[in-house]
Design a protein around this ligand. Sequence first.
Ligand SMILES: *Cc1c(COP(=O)(O)O)cnc(C)c1O
Length: 358
Amino acid sequence: MSHYWSSLVDRLTPYVPGEQPQLAKLVKLNTNENPYPPSPRVVAAITAELANDGERLRLYPDPNAGRVKEAVAARFADYAITPQQVFVGNGSDEVLAHVFMALLRHPLPILFPDITYSFYTVYCALHDVAYRTVPLDEDFMIRIDDYATANGGIIFPNPNAPTGCLLPVAAIARLLSRNQQSVLVVDEAYVDFGGESAIALVNEYPNLLVVHTLSKARSLAGLRVGYAVGHLDLIEALERVKNSFNSYPLDRLAIAGAVAALADDEHFELTRQAVMRSRQVLSGELLALGFEVLPSLANFVFARHPQRDAAQLAAALRQRGIIVRHFALARIDQHLRISIGSDAECALLVAALRDIVG
Ligand SMILES: *Cc1c(COP(=O)(O)O)cnc(C)c1O
């Protein structure tokens, strides 16, 4: 605390992202990055944007990132999404920050699961949003009946993080039909690893906002691109906040790369199928080692060993050069969240675990 700080800063407890070690040799299974490189078209598009000694970098990017909005709308053409129904930001974390400010800041508390993306409480503190957590059931599943109370909004990831558990789109539709007084935000950071997107419901429910990122399934965590899809009214609220904060959240390279990534269906299919196959194999191997593994539809698994302390397991893995995520939080302090790596990385993890628990 400092005399110079605002009273707001004094009250903040910032989000702590998973470690990004400088040691390249580590097997990094702690932040759900994609083990495969992005589409080669991304690199080509960024290189083209840098033509003539980077001459284009003199100029500001399109403040609206219109080409990205068009690429998103084209990807969801089956659901008749227009570019005007798309909001883009510097990673979905920025999109979410604007969502809390623009759509979730009301007198009534918002609702989210007790076990969920830990950034939500951080945004609540930053933007002075009241919240109430709703416990997941004993199988770590979201029970939509538990959200049937007056609220200032509802938000959860689907699949949920860090559990990986998926709520079917039909359940989301049921929740929407019962909850029409406030916005439902579905954070679909991991939906491409086997889930079904609620974007299918956007044109039916004016209070549904679906948030996506290019960080996970498009292998672009380093480029920082996220977006939201919803009714024009919701998008306008987000644009108002964005244009009161930063006119140019996406730089020229991010715009070029995002458009190229969204256009490469083939690369997207190959890599996400590979991750899903590896998840299946890894889950089986963890079960064989005595772990309990939650059914995951994300690019990570959430597992615990009934006889081994999770923090000690994480430390033992780290000694062997493998990093996974452990959360010292109620209900999940005996679990580990393990990102799906390449097959070689998964094999190293399994060998290390066999050594530790075997
Ligand atoms: C990774 C993640 C995000 C953030 O993604 P960025 O686009 O990289 O900011 C948002 N929500 C959840 C649930 C995530 O796991």
